[in-house]
Design a protein around this ligand. Structure first.
Ligand code: SF4
Ligand code: SF4
Length: 276
């Protein structure tokens, strides 16, 4: 028998949302107020995480070292600010058609500092930034891989996410049980800039899920010219590494070992890699 949640999932699939997870607000209990969804929408009951894939071909120009702009458009700016944003607001309008409020949230790095002053002493200063990557884990879609990026069983590191905060009574998605990352360390071993502290692994726990992540010097990643880019919104934000050599090496590894549901008839990495 169809429910609000099953109808919503059917609609999302029809609108080509590649990934959709639902985190009940209780999975954010350990998040401080200056990054908490209810600081934006106090009646929020569920955080819907919407994802669209970065197609493998979008990485091809960087992998070959001959075309970087197509990733910047179809993998980064256009994907997030146009294609995914349209999917997110389309799903939000569906929820509001059912008479539930739906607040769309883009992926702005939580490292970005507040840019205003609190309007009341009991409220955090604007703008509250929600950690969208962590929300994807809390919604059961993903884990944080050893490379420090979000990995899903469908696409590995190849996707971007946005959120919808809603008071709709949606059924939660279970936390992801199957591991995606096999801790092979090929990602960090490929780094030509020495951004990896091999003895500096850190442990991250999100909604009870604990993941081992490499010690990464993001100051090096901000300077990296191997497919990485500065954060598109703020210099203090996390650099974009989804086209970088380390993460493309993860794409190649997950492909070769058959660990992704989005499989291909040919391998991703066909020639020796370049680096600077
Ligand atoms: S390359 Fe290996 S260790 Fe690194 S994130 Fe991918 S699966 Fe994990
Ligand atoms: S983004 Fe560049 S510097 Fe950072 S870990 Fe990856 S390859 Fe190394």
């Amino acid at each position: 028998m169809p429910t609000l949640t099953s109808d919503f999932l059917d609609f999302a699939r029809d609108k080509r949302a590649d990934l959709l997870g639902i985190a009940p607000i209780e999975r954010f209990d350990d998040v401080p107020g200056d990054h908490h969804p209810t600081s934006i929408f106090p009646e929020c009951r569920s955080v819907v995480v919407v994802g669209k894939r970065i197609t493998r071909g979008t990485l091809r120009g960087i992998e070959e070292g001959t075309q970087f702009d197509l990733y910047g458009q179809y993998g980064l700016a256009w994907l997030a600010d146009r294609m995914l944003a349209i999917t997110t607001i389309t799903l939000a309008t569906w929820l509001e058609d059912q008479r539930f409020e739906a607040c769309p949230i883009q992926d702005l790095s939580p490292e970005i500092p507040p840019s205003g002053i609190a309007v009341r002493p009991d409220l955090p200063a604007p703008n509250v930034m929600i950690d969208v990557r962590a929300a994807a884990v809390r919604a059961g879609l993903a884990e944080i891989g050893y490379c420090g990026e979000v990995l899903t069983p469908q696409f590995g590191p190849r996707q971007r996410f946005q959120l919808i905060l809603t008071d709709a009574p949606l059924e939660p998605t279970p936390m992801l049980a199957e591991p995606v990352c096999d801790r092979c360390r090929a990602c960090m071993e490929s780094c030509p800039l020495g951004a990896w502290d091999a003895a500096g692994d850190v442990s991250i726990t999100l909604s009870g899920k604990t993941m081992a992540v490499a010690g990464i010097d993001y100051a090096q990643c901000r300077q990296c010219r191997n497919g990485a880019q500065p954060n598109p919104h703020h210099p203090a934000g996390r650099p974009d590494r989804l086209g970088a050599l380390c993460v493309r090496t993860c794409v190649a590894h997950l492909d070769e070992t058959g660990r992704l549901r989005n499989a291909f008839v040919t391998p991703f990495r066909k020639r020796p890699v370049w680096h600077r």
